[in-house]
Design a binder for this molecule. Structure first.
Ligand code: GDP
Ligand code: IMO
Ligand code: MG
Length: 422
């Protein structure tokens, strides 16, 4: 397999984890390049459910190397807990995991600030995962962040941490929040740092050597296109570049070494958190929730659901340069007939073919739908494209046509085997 950037082409939770687990069979290395433990990537293997937050979803395959790149923000205590959790479940985590020495750290004051800013925003809140992601990337951009390399030098780390806690406690005081205690944080982080030490290296150099040796790399996107800090539905976004370019900056692998961009979409649309979702439909939401689906993998929150939004997906294809499309959760529509697909927005009497950049305008866009026939039968057992009912084949073909990418994968269930490769 070529070097592939896999991105979510909607609002996150597209089923990236499942597709990455499947594709890892054909690559040597899987790299996370942005986001933090706001991500929740679900992989079902042999009936066991694994939810990955910071560790790439390739970790379940033996003989593959997983890299947490420089663009990721790492809560070291959460990462140690994730490693321990996987090891308890029998997953080997050792030489197969590398952590970038230049990745920034998420610290407890980031989490408290995240929470406090959300409280202050009231109705205008973003609905963050409260993992401290925004404030951590804020410190990185302000050039006041602490990095893994600091954590690897205990004296340097403690000195910088003490100053940062002093500064942040004065902000927390203004919010009326409890101050952070230096001693507790210092001890917990240095302990986690020692556990992570064997995994830490210059991953940029490691990745370039892997490329020189002809290794195939899969870049695992977290979140989705419309949560991108630049291209998403600002301010209802996350704080990293979730789109294809983020894979380069967040790993140190240059653009000309990338071969393919694979966009992942659900056969419908979901969003967790606040912000516009033009095709949101309470009927679709109720149906999926009744099936026990669409509850957040990180926070457990109920996801908002709606029809497939081809305006958004087409825009995502443009921004990411999506070559190939993976459509997941087709089985979620097994009992829906007819099925709506949004092919345009109406805003103040005008038709739009691209999403407006303003969140308030997107909020009042009315979707223009076409209706396609449902198939009223289970797709769970389909192994090849020809096994799908004709209406299901027509549906996914239409989504690919509207999206402007080549259909390459259709997923009909959460397990590895429930994947049709075209
Ligand atoms: P990610 O963040 O993009 O990796 O997606 P999540 O893991 O947060 O959410 C996707 C959900 O859909 C998870 O529960 C997956 O197990 C599940 N899933 C993925 N593909 C399929 C599919 O084709 N059918 C069904 N039924 N579930 C799927
Ligand atoms: P994966 O990788 C879905 C959303 C949050 C919120 C916004 C900002 O599993 O697809 P943050 O905590 O990042 O500051 O929250 O982004 N969000 C996600 N939604 N899937 C995710 O990750 C998400 N990570 C963040 O709900 O709306
Ligand atoms: Mg998820």
């Amino acid at each position: 397999m070529a070097n592939t950037i896999l991105v979510g082409a909607q609002w996150g939770d597209e089923g990236k984890g499942k597709i990455i687990d499947v594709l890892t069979a054909n690559v040597d290395v899987v790299v996370r390049s942005q986001g933090g433990n706001n991500a929740g990537h679900t992989v079902i293997h042999r009936g066991t459910k694994y939810v990955l937050h910071l560790i790439p979803s390739g970790i379940l395959r033996r003989g593959k190397v997983c890299v947490i790149g420089n663009g990721v923000v790492i809560d070291p205590v959460a990462l140690v807990a994730e490693i321990d959790g996987l090891q308890k479940m029998g997953v080997a985590v050792g030489k197969n995991l590398l952590i970038s020495d230049t990745a920034h750290l998420v610290l407890p004051y980031h989490r408290v600030l995240d929470e406090q800013r959300e409280i202050r925003k009231g109705h205008a809140k973003i609905g963050t995962t409260k993992r401290g992601i925004g404030p951590a990337y804020g410190d990185k951009a302000a050039r006041t962040g602490l990095r893994i390399s600091d954590l690897m030098q205990p004296e340097v780390f403690s000195e910088k941490l003490e100053a940062k806690i002093r500064e942040n406690n004065s902000i927390l005081k203004a919010f009326g929040a409890k101050p952070i205690r230096f001693r507790e944080v210092n001890e917990a982080y240095l302990t986690a740092g020692e556990k992570l030490r064997p995994f830490v290296s210059n991953t940029v150099v490691w990745l370039h050597r892997a490329l020189q040796r002809g290794k195939d790399i899969l870049f695992e996107g977290a979140q989705g296109t419309f949560l991108d800090i630049d291209h998403g539905t600002y301010p209802y976004v996350t704080s990293s570049n979730t789109t294809a370019g983020g894979a380069c900056t967040g790993s140190g692998v240059p653009p000309h070494r990338m071969d393919v961009v694979l966009g992942v979409v659900k056969a419908y649309t979901t969003r967790v958190g606040e912000g516009a979702l033009p095709t949101e439909d309470t009927g679709v939401t109720a149906m999926l929730h009744k099936m026990g689906r669409e509850f957040g993998a990180t926070t457990g929150r109920a996801r908002r659901c709606g029809w497939f939004d081809a305006v958004a997906a087409h825009y995502a294809t443009m921004i990411n340069g999506v070559d190939e499309l993976a459509i997941t959760n087709l089985d979620g529509l097994d009992a829906v007939d007819p099925i709506r697909v949004c092919v345009g927005y109406r805003l103040n009497g005008r038709r739009l073919d691209v999403p407006p950049c303003d969140a308030a305008q997107l909020e009042i866009c009315e979707p223009i739908y076409i209706e396609l026939s449902g198939w009223n039968s289970s797709t769970h057992r389909a192994k090849k494209f020809a096994d799908l009912p004709p209406s299901a084949r027509a549906y996914v073909r239409k989504l690919a046509e509207l999206t402007g990418a080549k259909l390459s994968i259709v997923s009909v269930g959460p397990a590895r085997g429930q994947t049709i490769i075209l």
